[in-house]
Ligand binder design. Structure first.
Ligand SMILES: Cc1cc2nc3c(=O)[nH]c(=O)nc-3n(C[C@H](O)[C@H](O)[C@H](O)COP(=O)(O)OP(=O)(O)OC[C@H]3O[C@@H](n4cnc5c(N)ncnc54)[C@H](O)[C@@H]3O)c2cc1C
Length: 384
């Protein structure tokens, strides 16, 4: 693993740093302003990035990106994290949907869908999870039946982040019940703007409704919106899932570092750094932060060397989510009752962190992957 940047990488970082120094977003709207105001703030920021050619540097130049290397892409997320700017409104489109279309989409699909993802004009959501299919995604029951040039879709999705703002949904549905469960799936782009798709918000412990339930009752999808071929949905969905952890990991580890630095600053003000309990807890979190940073870079080196991300990415996500929960808990201990008061950023961080060990793959499932694919332990036999 070589952590020295090349001249090109250093120039890339300096150009971005310079741009970010001169292009700070306006202050985040307060919680009282509501979730729509916060979403619009993120959408405006994405538009600003887009106009300057910084919305998705990792995308090829033909699709509006900069053809950035994996290392440059990691630098991009590190710098955004360091500058503490908002996450782009259409993150699921940029990180998941766009790259999936680049692999599996037809030329017409790429031409139609990629530009508005980048500009933030059309927001995307991910309709994978169902009430009885989360970790075991291939058990999903939402059905799609061919009717002339269209598909008719009926079922229920859950935990669909950003569905209330989305124009397009990456939807995986069952198109054949007579074959093995992984083989009977198809990946669609579903237009969310039809009355057969009802979006009902689910309120989280933080008070916000980031995700939703989708009730789909005979929704129509044009045959031209099948991605990757009928019956090939499992493979296409894996492309989406593989991209899920690839880029964001770098921004997340930087934000964790910042959170820890903020906690250390408050602990210093309160004279708690002399206290063995707090000093010990902070030291442990510091070591974890460094380990996560180095593991993320090692994963990148492997991806560049072998052409694809390895299963070690699961280790980064597992360690990050566990460490983020510990760091927010320590923050609450250091700050005291004020950290538990609703509406403060500390209370938000503490409560939002609970979902980290579930979203993007639960810790238990990630541990299975690490056990089987990194350590080479025997496969788990699920009891009948
Ligand atoms: C904030 C947030 C945002 C999300 N956004 C989206 C989204 O936009 N789109 C989307 O489709 N989904 C989304 N999800 C859903 C997420 O992907 C699922 O919650 C996750 O995959 C787990 O599925 P589940 O909730 O059905 O739990 P289950 O899979 O039912 O798991 C229940 C418990 O059993 C454990 N378990 C399951 N299988 C195994 C196993 N083989 N070995 C050991 N333990 C196991 C799990 O670890 C967990 O503790 C989001 C979730 C959260 C928290």
């Amino acid at each position: 693993m070589d952590l020295t940047f090349s001249e090109r990488e250093t120039a890339f970082r300096d150009e971005l740093r310079g741009w970010l120094a001169e292009n700070q977003p306006p202050a985040k709207p307060s919680a009282d302003a509501g979730e729509d105001a916060q979403f619009n703030w993120r959408r405006d920021w994405q538009r600003h990035l887009y106009e300057a050619g910084w919305a998705a540097p990792a995308w090829p130049t033909e699709y509006g990106g900069r053809g950035a290397s994996q290392t440059e892409s990691a630098i991009y997320y590190e710098e955004l994290g360091r500058a503490r700017v908002p996450v782009a409104a259409n993150t699921l489109g940029i990180l998941l949907g766009g790259p999936t279309l680049m692999v599996w989409g037809t030329p017409e699909q790429k031409e139609r869908y990629l530009p508005p993802i980048l500009s933030g004009e059309e927001i995307w959501c991910q309709g994978f999870s169902e009430p009885d299919a989360g970790s075991d995604l291939a058990s999903l029951k939402t059905r799609a039946v061919k009717d002339g040039e269209e598909w008719v879709v009926t079922g229920q999705k859950v935990w669909t982040s950003g569905a209330q703002y989305a124009k397009w949904c990456m939807l995986v549905a069952r198109t054949d019940s007579d074959v093995a469960k992984h083989k009977g799936l198809t990946y669609f782009l579903m237009d969310m703007e039809q009355e057969q798709v009802q979006v009902r918000p689910l309120r989280q412990i933080t008070g916000e409704a980031e995700f939703n339930e989708l009730f789909i009752e005979e929704a129509r999808i044009a045959d031209a919106n099948v991605v990757g071929g009928v019956g090939n949905g499992w493979k296409v969905a894996l492309t989406t899932l593989m991209n899920e952890r690839a880029g964001l990991g770098f921004a997340l580890q930087i934000r964790l570092r910042q959170l820890l630095d903020d906690v250390i600053a408050v602990a210093a003000e309160k004279g708690l750094l002399e206290n063995a309990y707090y000093a010990d807890a902070i030291a442990e979190l510091h070591i974890r932060c460094e380990s996560i940073r180095l593991l993320a870079w090692k994963g990148l080196t492997d991806a560049e060397r072998y052409g694809q991300p390895g299963p070690e990415g699961s280790l980064v996500k597992w360690l990050w989510s566990d460490t983020n929960q510990r760091a927010t808990q320590l923050a609450a201990d250091v700050i005291g009752p004020q950290a538990l008061m609703g509406g403060t950023s500390w209370s938000y961080e503490l409560m939002r962190a609970r979902g980290n060990t579930i979203e993007g793959g639960t810790t238990e499932v990630l541990k299975n992957i690490v056990a089987e694919r990194v350590l080479g332990l025997p496969r788990l036999k699920v009891a009948a």
